[in-house]
Design a protein around this ligand. Structure first.
Ligand code: SF4
Length: 367
């Protein structure tokens, strides 16, 4: 008979309640979504919409915009109306902007109760307005703005402190019979962050928004986010993710999307299988891999492209891929589905791969 299926690498998704952020479901019945946040002034409506379009094209499912002032609040209705993806307004200090964002037609509102004075008094009104408008909320607990009481109790933003803060804030909404919210407990240290989310996952069925906050510049932030999200997602924890980088938000979306693709949680698109190069390489593999990646970045179909520096592993890997090249002697053997279709001079490798990739993509689209 058939061999038994191998054990799954990822634990099953933790069962959560289901919420909606506009057209995007968040919770265990929905695929894990990718979020980012615009960096343009929200008052600059055209630039903000332009950036949202770029984020959408890169694979962003939900976008957040900052709303620190009345002028920003006044820009929200047009942004919410014209954005191709659901818009969440990010509110820190002033509850009045929560109501403005709901009135503006935003799909969601992020609140940071630690930064809203007298938050407890406002919860009932916020819950009612959100409920009436069908708007969901994110309770965003942040290590940097933890409630004073909890800082006194724990001394610093420990995982226990973050989780306790989140549970307390969740209970405020639940007392008002409001349940359409997700929670984040962000910290800049992946270990603290992972533990905080684990604690939270054990104590309720809230959908969870994963984030390592202030993760740093692109390289460090990418690694921190990938390791932390990988650890949590492998345990079935996490329903939507935001990678924070000190880099343009499109990079955040690319990293988030790649994390989900790497874990098999999002369909793969272009996958470059390139060798690390070694003393046998007869071609500049780094440059070749970069040029091929750049040349194929707009492909929308899943395609595995092998870029190999020599003929040792080259043909083998190239055969496993949809398309590939194995280089040697100033030439490149171009493989399509395992067959050498032609051999071209080194300076024609990239253009040949791009032509063949587009041909394969067209066939896929037709099929
Ligand atoms: Fe080295 Fe060739 Fe392997 Fe690339 S494919 S790492 S060049 S042996």
């Amino acid at each position: 008979g058939m061999p038994a299926a191998p054990p799954p690498v990822l634990s099953p998704r933790r069962k959560t309640r289901q919420i909606r952020v506009g057209s995007v479901g968040v919770g265990s019945d929905s695929p894990v979504s990718v979020q980012s946040m615009t960096t343009t002034p929200t008052t600059d409506i055209n630039s903000t919409l332009q950036q949202i379009a770029e984020l959408n094209a890169a694979g962003c499912d939900i976008v957040r915009v900052a709303c620190p002032s009345q002028d920003d609040a006044e820009a929200l209705p047009i942004i919410a109306m014209k954005s191709p993806i659901p818009v969440i307004a990010d509110i820190h200090f002033q509850p009045k902007y929560v109501f403005a964002a709901i009135d503006a037609g935003c799909a969601g509102v992020r609140v940071n109760p630690g930064n809203i004075r007298k938050f407890d008094d406002q919860v009932g009104a916020i819950a009612k307005a959100a409920q009436d408008a069908g708007v969901s909320i994110r309770i965003g607990v942040n290590a940097g703005s933890l409630d004073k009481r909890l800082m006194e109790k724990y001394g610093k933003a420990t995982p226990e402190a973050l989780a306790e803060s989140a549970r307390w804030e969740a209970s405020l909404f639940e007392e008002h019979d409001f349940h359409d919210f997700k929670i984040s407990v962000k910290h800049n240290d992946p270990v603290t962050m992972v533990r905080a989310y684990q604690l939270l996952a054990e104590s309720g069925d809230w959908p969870l928004h994963l984030g390592v906050t202030e993760a740093g510049p692109a390289f460090q932030g990418t690694i921190k986010s990938a390791t932390a999200f990988g650890a949590l997602l492998s345990q079935g924890i996490g329903d939507t993710i935001r990678v924070s980088l000190s880099a343009p938000p499109v990079e955040e979306v690319k990293v988030g999307s790649q994390i989900l693709q790497s874990l098999g949680l999002r369909p793969k698109k272009l996958e470059i299988v390139s060798c690390p190069s070694c003393g046998r390489a007869q071609v500049d593999v780094y440059k070749l891999a970069d040029d091929v990646t750049e040349g194929l970045k707009d492909l929308t179909v899943p395609l595995r492209v092998a870029v190999m520096g020599c003929v040792v592993n080259g043909p083998g890997e190239a055969r496993e891929a949809d398309l590939g090249v194995a280089s040697g002697n100033g030439k490149g053997q171009i493989f399509v589905k395992g067959e050498v279709i032609r051999t071209v001079p080194e300076d024609q490798i990239v253009e040949t791969l791009i032509t063949e990739a587009n041909r394969i993509a067209e066939d896929m689209d037709v099929a």
